[in-house]
Design a protein around this ligand. Sequence first.
Ligand SMILES: [Zn+2]
Length: 538
Amino acid sequence: MVATGSGTQSGKAFYVTTPIYYVNDAPHLGHAYTTVAGDVLTRWHRQRGERVWFLTGTDEHGQKVLRTAESKGVSPQEWCDKLVEEAWKPLWRHLEIANDDFLRTTEKRHTDRVREFVQDLYDKGEIYKGGYEGPYCVGCEEYKLPGELLEGTGENAGKQLCPIHKRPVEILKEENYFFRLSEYADKLLAHYEANPGFIQPEPARNEVLSFVRQGLQDLSISRSTFDWGVPVPWDDEHVIYVWVDALLNYATAVGYNQNQETFDATFPADVHLIGKDILRFHAVIWPALLMANGLPLPGRVVANGWLLVGGEKMSKSNLTGISPRQITSHFGVDAFRWYLLRAIAYGQDGSFSWEDLAARYTSELANDYGNLASRVAAMVGKYFDGVLPAASADGDAERAVHDGLAKAVAEADRKIGDDVEFQAGLQAIFDFVKQVNGYISEQEPWKVAKDDSPQARARLATVLYTAAESLRAVAVLLHPFMPASSQRLWESLGAEPALGPLAGQRVQEAGQWGRLPAGSTVTKGAALFPRLEEQPGA
Ligand SMILES: [Zn+2]
């Protein structure tokens, strides 16, 4: 798969978005999953030396938010303010999400531009007034097709249910404004055809293709039964459909109709990361809206699968799962970020399991990686008084490590940076960690250290330099996933004074052998990944 994104320091930014999350409740594991993926992807590209823009935010309009706020006895704006400031933004800070912007759809910088965008469509004849009656799911904020509804059972017997929310739909009849979506089916199909990587992964692409091939219905883009939304510019009896309002955040946040220079340097997104439940909005409606207004289309829409927790699907309608903070308080933020992308192939359904996380934490983070770091630092301390010696006797064993690193860097960069396949990228990095562990086991530096001859000292120096220099590269490669522990390793290796801050290290240079200078002060700090205590859920 070839990357369509082309961020460079001077040209267009590599622009990544999370979905604009519906703010009717606190963020859960599913939101954290997509947001961590966006953070890792953008951190990786920053470490390629590219200019990057990472956007996240909250979708605050619509009937669902209005009803939730009413049930709590507050105004919808108060409800959104409280959730955003007390739940959403603090969680992203806690998870070390380095977003460049956080857009709330109730902000004036957004709502003014949404009105202009829709007015432009209206002026172009892309919007007309019409009537519509059909089954509507408030959870989805979407009219459903009769064929996709489920028959209710139990307390919902005799009712028809939304297939996603399993809740009864309402029959809604409205005089609404409609966007001529039906006229874009052929143009969309031509775009999918010409850009095979536009929708990832393959099953998501196939689903969209078969949906659009059936033909598209015009899209109702206004509502008049409630007023919590952006008023339609030419008819203030109507508010703009919450999904049109929400999708436009990807444009309004980066200067649409406001700052042309910023807009041209950022828009369109190279990668829209989404959950597959909102695939049609991003792969069908969003590009059609952009086509209708003559704007460029995004590079890729990458859908992640369902996240299951103990068999329960995590989605916006099912919040019974474990909260992100429950996990981080036991395993730490780094392990949480790493596990989500390590355990589940991005794009496929996967399950979060406390036991699996505990097992992987112990075997890969604590034993393979953390122990390697502390053993190497301890041996440099014991045999060379904490001053990293120079390698002077490289042989076949060392050359195999150099080659292994070069391969790991190339593979990780392609998988993570180009293909958005985090699991395969992490596999390459941890295969290299295993290789270095194997190298140390074979070289047995603790035995070499018993011999005081100059040859043995040179051999010992070479082995420890090779291991420390390997760890220098691993710290760079894992930094986008696990910023805090990588930083501690960087400091323990004494890399900062000679090489500069870890965040500024280039992925490309990670594989250049010999960057960590001999003479660096290596210190053995606390374990990167301490042993897990017994915990109640296990
Ligand atoms: Zn629904």
